[in-house]
Design a protein around this ligand. Structure first.
Ligand code: NDP
Length: 281
């Protein structure tokens, strides 16, 4: 059996060489006589941006502990809780989603469409922008890498301003969004991927907008909504069956691809939810 382990704690951008594949050190056995233990076989592994935080040596972890060197995921509920529970979207409202083609973002946009919002997303390539418009049903989308003036881009997309921003990126994107929010707008702070590899996070300059516009900005963790799981399933299961909700996954083949798959999340290599398939059955 194989596992991916961390070689060293990471500062800055992670590299494939920060991880290694090791073989044969895990004992796969159900203890003899055990009645309440099962042995599971992993078919798919989930790769998520939050894992970057666990690769740093943190004395005061924000919400999960650092990985231990040499030892060794929830997007739907995240999108559901952040959008519906924190922001209460209403028909006709203007919703903006950053990192919109990713695991969480693609669902946020579709959830917002289910209640009749106008939805705009941004992503880092033409392929992803096409996906947002043609597969996920966003009203429109732009490639933020081709828009050096993000304030101007958002002004063009939302001439009347943004009611709800689903924050996945942080930094310059958040600064530009704050300038384009409407009065009593809501911001669900899900993550800030542009900051995870920086040793010093960028400052946010336009926070005073929160005061003048009476914006409600709230951070959350997916785990805050576990108790809502039945309600979440009630919404998504029929919508999936009726074809009103779709999802796109990016599946890397084999555990050897796990380090590059994780690093690829931070360069935008993944198109949709990043998984690694380690066995077919
Ligand atoms: P994605 O599937 O969206 O993958 C990450 C994407 O982020 C990349 O494909 C890339 O897309 C974009 N990205 C990477 N670096 C940057 C950058 N410097 N600036 C702008 N965009 C960048 O990941 P998830 O959907 O799993 O996660 C999205 C966000 O949600 C993350 O911030 C994550 O930490 C957060 N999250 C929070 C949870 C919670 O409980 N609060 C739970 C799950 C996720 P592109 O090509 O568009 O740049």
């Amino acid at each position: 059996n194989k596992q991916v382990t961390l070689n060293n704690y990471v500062t800055g951008f992670p590299k494939e060489s920060d991880m290694k594949i090791t073989t044969g050190s895990i004992k796969l056995k159900v203890p003899e006589g055990s009645k309440d233990t099962v042995l599971l076989k992993n078919l798919y592994l989930s790769y998520d941006p939050y894992m970057r935080g666990r690769m740093s040596k943190l004395d005061k972890p924000l919400f999960v502990a650092s990985f231990k060197l040499g030892e060794v995921g929830m997007p739907g509920l995240t999108a559901y809780g952040g959008l519906y529970e924190l922001c209460s979207p209403k028909k006709g409202e203007y919703v903006y989603v950053s990192a919109a083609s990713g695991a969480v973002g693609q669902l946020v946009g579709q959830f917002a469409k289910l209640v009749g919002c106008y939805v705009f997303g941004s992503a880092g390539s033409k392929e992803k922008v096409d996906l947002l418009k043609n597969r996920f049903g966003f009203d429109d989308a732009f490639n933020y890498k081709e828009e050096p003036d993000l304030d101007a881009a958002l002004n063009r997309c939302f001439p009347e301003g943004i009611d709800i921003y689903f924050e996945n990126v942080g930094g310059k994107m958040l600064d530009a969004v704050l300038l384009n929010m409407r009065i009593r707008g809501r911001i669900a702070v899900c993550g800030m991927i542009s900051q995870y590899n920086l040793e010093k996070p960028e400052g946010v300059h336009n926070l005073m907008q929160v005061v003048g516009k009476r914006i409600r900005m709230e951070g959350f963790l997916a785990g805050d909504f576990y108790h809502q799981y039945p309600k979440f399933l009630e919404l998504v299961m029929p919508a999936i069956k009726e074809g009103k909700l779709v999802n796109v996954e990016d599946i890397a083949e084999g555990l050897e691809k796990a380090p590059s798959a994780l690093v690829g999340i931070f360069t935008g290599q993944n198109v949709g939810k990043q998984l690694v398939v380690v066995a077919r059955e």
